[in-house]
Design a protein around this ligand. Structure first.
Ligand code: GLU
Length: 475
């Protein structure tokens, strides 16, 4: 057992990322010390604070980790889960650094976590904990529009982000940029349209792009295109649910959905919105009328399919189940769902793994758009929407005169439309995901890198080195 392995013989989560980093470092010729600096976590803030819950005082354990300051602010979500620990938050912060670099989002990586189970705590108490956590961050200068900007993650959402913003504003009144201290806020409180579904939509764009590359599809014995591909999604949280909806709408077949309590399966395909309604009404996906139950949720990962999307937590595909995975493509919607040992097994089997540091970067990409919106104090599209509509109307007139053809009302509506905020956000996200995919793929080919994960790390590390060089820190 190596010094990095824990008692069960598995690597710590942070060591897993270090392993992936080291594989990429073989393709980068730069002084070792500089690579060590990029790999290291710059600041780790571990805190304990008391919160009165009912008649008792509970001591809450929480974290904020800033992995890299090569670009500021730092950026990354906050998760609420009983599994939160320092190693996990450090790793997730590191992933944020690499992720931001790949999609050209000018932030350093960060992550936060509070060790609570939000499902067993009342919303009043979650609010108390969130507000207290935020004031702890303010005290230590770990939050602010130009310092560190949190966002949602596992177990948190718009509600928590609006409490964070409100607490920040109350302690920093008069800060004209206060809205930019956190992203993932509700639209009514400075959020941007399209943020909620951004990670899931980014996953969809990334996988769709891969499915259109003939060479890659033929290498795993699949046809080109997404239509008809059999997909399994594990995790129906914000990311998994939206990804499933976009895949379903595009003509792919969602054959199984897995949640904590079990999975459901239908070879002919599941109607995602119907499943979601069932989940809302019954508190579980099990016993959905148009599907068969699979009691052991892990078994769902091992079913025959074309694409497997783990969209929940880390380390769900490990050395003990990797050999039984039958998917030809795995899209990492979650952070770190595959351990390094499983990675090697799957690589040998020829599975294409689309790595987390690229595939789930849609969330932070749209967070960047939200942050820009907050700093510019103007909604996307406000300045140009009417102008574009007027220009389009002029174009239409010319077309109708030159072509001597009447254009139907429906066609006119489509052509005249100026861009709304949601259109701009989605096209920005689509462009980012398409570009990111091809940059990784091109690098993989040109340097003959063994897989997409290593290529993504090489791309990311090179970009970070670039920005350190621009700062004049590295010689
Ligand atoms: N929690 C998300 C992630 O892991 C989003 C982070 C953000 O928007 O800052 O990428």
């Amino acid at each position: 057992m190596s010094k990095n392995q824990n008692k069960t013989g598995s690597y710590s989560f942070f060591n897993c990322i270090e392993k992936n980093f080291d594989k990429a470092a073989r393709f980068i010729s730069i002084e070792k010390g500089l690579l060590e600096q990029i790999k290291a976590c710059n600041s780790v803030y571990r805190m304990h604070f008391p919160v009165k819950i009912g008649k008792e005082i509970k001591v809450i354990e929480a974290y904020r980790v800033q992995h890299s300051h090569h670009k500021l602010p730092c950026k990354g979500g906050i998760r609420y889960s009983m599994k939160v620990n320092q190693d996990e938050v450090m790793t997730l912060a590191a992933l944020m650094t690499y992720k931001c670099a790949i999609v050209d989002v000018p932030f350093g990586g960060a992550k936060g976590g509070i060790k609570i189970d939000p499902q067993t705590i009342s919303s009043e108490n979650i609010e108390k904990i969130t507000r207290r956590y935020t004031s702890e961050l303010i005290k230590k200068n770990f939050i602010g529009p130009g310092i560190d900007v949190p966002a949602p993650d596992y177990g948190t959402g718009e509600r928590e982000m609006s409490w964070i913003f409100d607490t920040f504003l109350s302690l920093r009144s008069g800060d004209v940029d206060a809205l930019a201290c956190v992203t993932g806020k509700p639209v009514s409180q400075g959020g941007v349209r399209g943020r909620k579904e951004a990670t899931g939509l980014g996953v969809f764009y990334g996988i769709r792009e891969l499915c259109h590359v003939k060479e890659d599809m033929y290498s795993v014995g699949l046809d080109v295109g997404l239509v008809g591909k059999k997909i399994i999604i594990q995790g129906l949280g914000n990311v998994g649910y939206h990804a499933a909806s976009f895949f379903h709408e595009s003509g792919a077949i969602i054959i199984a959905l897995a949640e904590r309590e079990g999975a459901i399966y239908n070879e002919k395909g599941l109607n995602v919105s119907k499943v979601f309604l069932h989940l809302k009404n019954n508190g579980s996906i099990l016993n959905f009328p148009e599907a068969t139950n699979i009691e052991n949720t892990e078994k769902a990962l091992e079913l025959e399919c074309d694409i497997l999307i783990p969209a929940a937590l880390e380390n769900v595909i490990h050395k003990n189940n990797a050999n039984r995975i039958k998917a030809k493509i795995i899209g990492e919607a979650a952070n770190g769902p595959i351990t390094p040992e499983a990675d090697e097994i799957l690589d040998k089997k020829g599975v294409i793994i689309v790595p987390d540091i690229y595939l789930n970067a849609g969330g932070v990409t749209v967070s960047y758009f939200e942050w820009l919106k907050n700093l510019s104090h103007v909604r996307y599209g406000r300045m140009e929407k009417k102008f574009r509509e007027n220009v389009n109307a002029e174009f239409l007139k010319v077309i109708e005169t030159v072509c001597k053809k009447k254009i139907s009302i429906e066609e006119k509506k489509m052509i005249l439309r100026g861009p709304r905020e949601i259109d701009l956000v989605r096209s920005g996200l689509e462009d980012t995901m398409i570009n990111g995919f091809h940059k990784i793929r091109d690098l993989k080919k040109s340097l003959k890198i063994e897989n997409m994960r290593t290529a993504a790390f090489v791309l990311s590390i090179n970009k970070i080195i670039d920005s350190y060089e621009k700062l004049g820190i590295f010689p």
